[in-house]
Design a protein around this ligand. Structure first.
Ligand SMILES: *[C@@H]1O[C@H](CO)[C@@H](O)[C@H](O)[C@H]1NC(C)=O
Ligand SMILES: *[C@@H]1O[C@H](CO)[C@@H](O)[C@H](O)[C@H]1NC(C)=O
Ligand SMILES: *[C@@H]1O[C@H](CO)[C@@H](O)[C@H](O)[C@H]1NC(C)=O
Ligand SMILES: *[C@@H]1O[C@H](CO)[C@@H](O)[C@H](O)[C@H]1NC(C)=O
Ligand SMILES: *[C@@H]1O[C@H](CO)[C@@H](O)[C@H](O)[C@H]1NC(C)=O
Length: 545
């Protein structure tokens, strides 16, 4: 058992006082036990936030912690090279500490593991574009039913600095499966190659109004919106249907480009400039997976997509006033990498030059290792690499609904974010920012989990899932422009990743997925060392200048 000296106890007490004054403006999580763990409850008058905890003094460090037991963005302050050891007390220990002396349960101490972490600021890797979520029709529909102040809490929770600091957003052009019904612009008149009836839809007016409010209340500095189409109007497709085996009719290749440009113009007129588009959501759904996928899709082979990109979309965009629009390719699963792009390149040799980025969906990553992504980056080292869709509950063996409070699902995200960032990814866009208790609405019942779940009994509360916090351990602390730096661990008792931020702060995310405490000795190439004792099943973001 670790004993603090008298001097350490005094300093510890002073640090605790300091914490209290600093966190005066922050609002702790209101933890509620739910079926699968714990969630944080927000209502119209209360929601949890953490003001920027970055230390100002260069002898100081801050650890922000979340755990299965119930820590949610809990902050611990410490000083470099002063304490022998800094304990991150877990939630249950803090509760018992408030009543009596801290207690260390013997099994936790006895099982303790050790890791040595070296942080080298001199060795640089990829630069971060950012993190975000998606504003689907389902999100618009649910958000609209929350009281206005609770809507604001949703926006701030994701996009404000005191929230989890998102700066990216993905929205569908028209509908997607997370909608009440399938839809596209200019569905009528049919066979209208000139798109004479391309107008804003009522569903979009509401989405646009919500996003504008989101920008206003969250004060997000540089929101980057990325669009993707699930399906064209049915009349442009070979099967004249929303789903099933399909391709775009050749005579509408140019119309389909104009459809995208008209959408960008329309959004700009509505005050929402578009940062990027992709060549279309999950093209494989309409050529290979049509027996499983019952929602809106448009099939593309890499060959046809190379022709459309190289002969139509690419030149049209680069010769328009949107020449700086960021173009993403693929927007489908990891297992299509890098084969998809090789096929495109063999069809039209220069087609890949039109792409600024590679968009990949996370769903089958656990089956397919990250080496496919390494190969893709080797082939195209200058492209932005983003995950553009992720959620849990899509697999036949997973519960196709939110598991309220599931730390296990939060951990899945932590593991996945770490892996992608360790393999050169520039950021990550998650799927729906809010869903209902059943994981919808979704017009084909393709229900899944989300980082925030609305209580649709009376729409007076929403719940932040553990996933919200594990995403936040990255998104909140690793802003756009951060550069990954080298970190080396002596063994696999923790997983970690380190960044140097534009403000000069070093940010290290450390994940303890094990059942034992882990003592981590962090050694910074310039600053010296910190020894942290991390509780089981926890994730931490360490910040210092
Ligand atoms: C909202 O949550 C706060 C904090 O838990 C609580 O004090 C308050 O009573 C809640 N308001 C309503 C209307 O339930
Ligand atoms: C234009 O689209 C609207 C629906 O957005 C539809 O009601 C209307 O009939 C269409 N106009 C024509 C001429 O097809
Ligand atoms: C595309 O193919 C050509 C040869 O046909 C090759 O020289 C080039 O490196 C390929 N581009 C990429 C990005 O692999
Ligand atoms: C979705 O589920 C509801 C309720 O179980 C059912 O009534 C509806 O028919 C289902 N819709 C589809 C497209 O499967
Ligand atoms: C949702 O709200 C209803 C009504 O206030 C309440 O009975 C129910 O327990 C809430 N659900 C959760 C998961 O807290």
């Amino acid at each position: 058992m670790e004993q603090f000296s008298f001097k350490e106890r005094i300093i510890f007490a002073l640090v605790l006082c300091f914490v209290e004054t600093v966190s005066g403006q922050s609002f702790p999580c209101v933890l509620r036990e739910t079926k699968y763990g714990s969630v944080c409850v927000c209502n119209a008058t209360y929601c949890d936030y953490l003001e920027d905890p970055t230390p100002v003094d260069d002898h100081e460090f801050v650890v922000v912690s979340s755990s299965k037991a119930g820590l949610r963005f809990d902050t611990t302050h410490g000083l470099f090279n002063l304490f022998k050891k800094h304990f991150i007390f877990d939630y249950d220990m803090r509760v018992s500490q408030a009543q009596k002396q801290p207690e260390f349960s013997s099994d936790r101490v006895n099982d303790k593991r050790y890791v040595h972490l070296e942080i080298n600021r001199e060795k640089h890797f990829q630069k971060i574009t950012g993190f975000g979520g998606s504003h689907t029709g389902a999100v618009t529909y649910l958000t609209d039913q929350l009281p206005p102040t609770l809507q604001d809490h949703l926006y701030e929770s994701f996009y404000a600095e005191r929230g989890i600091g998102f700066n990216l957003m993905r929205i569908p052009l028209g509908g997607c499966d997370f909608d009440l019904s399938p839809w596209a612009y200019n569905e009528y008149p049919e066979n209208d190659a000139e798109l004479t009836n391309f107008t804003i839809d009522a569903r979009d007016e509401l989405r646009v109004a919500q996003i504008r409010r989101l920008i206003e209340v969250s004060k997000v500095k540089n929101l980057r919106i990325k669009g993707a189409a699930w399906s064209s109007p049915r009349w442009m497709k070979s099967n004249n249907a929303w789903t099933g085996f399909s391709h775009l009719k050749k005579e509408y290749y140019e119309t389909w480009v104009n459809y995208h440009i008209k959408w960008i113009e329309m959004m700009e007129e509505q005050g929402l400039p578009i940062w990027a588009i992709s060549t279309g959501n999950e093209p494989m759904n309409g050529v290979f997976f049509m027996y499983f996928v019952r929602f809106m899709s448009l099939g593309w082979t890499p060959k046809n997509q190379a022709i459309w990109l190289n002969d139509y979309l690419g030149p049209a965009i680069r010769n328009s006033k949107y020449k700086d629009l960021v173009l993403f390719g693929n927007d489908d699963q990891r297992y299509t990498y890098p084969y998809w792009f090789k096929m495109m390149n063999s069809t039209r040799e220069n087609s890949l030059d039109y792409l600024d980025g590679l968009a990949v969906h996370w769903y089958w990553d656990e089956m397919v290792g990250p080496s496919l992504m390494d190969d893709a980056l080797k082939m195209m080292p200058d492209k932005i690499l983003l995950t553009t869709e992720s959620c849990i509950g899509d697999k036949p063996w997973q519960k196709a609904a939110p598991l309220l409070g599931s730390w296990y699902r939060g951990e899945k995200y932590a593991r996945a974010y770490l892996q992608d960032l360790q393999h050169g990814f520039n950021g990550w866009i998650d799927w729906n920012i809010i869903l209902d208790e059943a994981g919808g609405p979704n017009y084909v019942n393709n229900t899944v989990d989300a980082p925030v779940i609305a209580n649709t009994t009376d729409f007076q509360e929403f719940y932040k899932q553990p996933m919200f916090y594990t995403i936040g351990h990255f998104s909140k602390f690793i802003p756009e422009g951060s550069i990954r730096i080298e970190s080396k661990r002596s063994n696999v008792n923790v997983d970690e990743i380190a960044f140097l931020r534009p403000d000069g702060t070093v940010c290290v995310v450390i994940f303890n997925s094990g059942k034992a405490n882990v003592e981590v000795s962090v050694v910074d190439s310039e600053h010296g060392s910190i020894v942290l004792d991390l509780p089981p099943k926890s994730i931490h973001t360490l910040l210092y200048t």
